[in-house]
Design a protein around this ligand. Structure first.
Ligand SMILES: [Zn+2]
Length: 303
């Protein structure tokens, strides 16, 4: 697939609708209410004074009307569909994300709309809760996001930072978790819930990881002794993910409140999981995930 910001689906809302229809209904229009393939396009009757909105279909089976955006994050939105598609493309192709201020300027929508769109798109990027466990070699590590103080790896002495725990498959996917406290119980519960028992787990020497060896083949690297790679035992993959996450959150988003942190984690996790495909493919994967994820957010005074 080839796309860039000049592609037709970003230029006007009719082209965007056609694009989404082709993507959502590759085998013909399907009714989102009952699944029937017997639907027809609504045309205005000659005597009717009211024009029919473009892209409205009617199902012969259940008699309901629908458009391609029914059941998606775009449903009921007053923002033109081409701007939604462009927002998805921009968020998928910017390595460190894109602020609502930047989206507002790039898309020519209000700041409030841009903020709302970005959060809906992040929601589309969240993983389904039913997903298989991480396999192979999995690195587990924690970091701290936010707060005023920089410094110590585990951020002790800076109580306004939020711990984030990550599990990263080498060469594969990431799972991130906003955590209350980095206790052995919290971290090991996440590992047991998300990592296959046959996987090899790599951590540093932090005491919260003690006794993992009871359930997993577990190796540690001793960062405290200045050791960063101990044979195959290292956590550089997880640290690489954290580095992109922090550059994005500090450099692009500036302030991410603990309340919204998980949505940003979903955004960075989505880009990471789909890092091996090009921008256009990544955007179409995000677009496919907009279906069945209708949700509204209250827009706060500050993002
Ligand atoms: Zn139907």
């Amino acid at each position: 697939m080839n796309a860039n910001i000049l592609s037709p689906q970003f230029q006007d809302k009719e082209k965007a609708r056609k694009y989404l229809e082709n993507m959502r209904w590759p085998n013909g229009v399907a009714c989102p209410h009952c699944g029937s393939l017997e639907a027809y396009k609504l045309e205005a009757r000659e005597e009717s004074k009211k024009p029919v909105r473009n892209g409205v279909y009617k199902c012969k089976a259940c008699r309901k009307q629908f458009t391609v955006t029914v059941g998606t994050i775009f449903e009921d939105s007053h923002i033109p569909l081409n701007k939604w598609l462009l927002a998805i493309y921009l968020l998928c192709s910017s390595k460190k994300g894109m602020s609502a201020h930047q989206l507002h300027r790039s898309l020519g929508v209000t700041y409030k709309s841009a903020w709302f769109m970005a959060h809906r798109i992040r929601y589309a990027m969240t993983q389904s809760p039913v997903i298989d466990k991480l396999q192979g070699t999995v690195e587990a590590d924690e970091t701290y996001i936010g707060g005023k103080h920089r410094g110590g790896k585990r951020g002790r002495g800076s109580d306004n930072k939020t711990p984030v725990f990550a599990l990263v498959e080498r060469g594969g996917r990431v799972r991130t978790f906003k955590t209350e406290q980095v206790t052995a119980k919290n971290l090991q519960t996440k590992i047991r819930e998300n990592v296959d028992r046959k996987a090899i787990v790599m951590t540093d020497e932090y005491c919260a990881y003690n006794n993992l060896g009871k359930d997993f083949e577990h190796y540690t690297v001793n960062h405290g002794k200045g050791e960063y790679v101990n044979g195959n035992a290292y956590t550089n993959t997880a640290e690489g993910f954290f580095s992109i996450l922090k550059r994005g959150i500090n450099g692009v988003y500036h302030h991410v409140s603990a309340q919204h942190l998980e949505k940003y984690l979903a955004e960075f996790g989505f880009r990471y999981d789909n890092r091996k495909v090009d921008d256009a493919v990544r955007a179409s994967i995000a677009l496919a995930q907009t279906n069945g994820k209708r949700l509204t957010y209250k827009v706060p005074a500050t993002a």
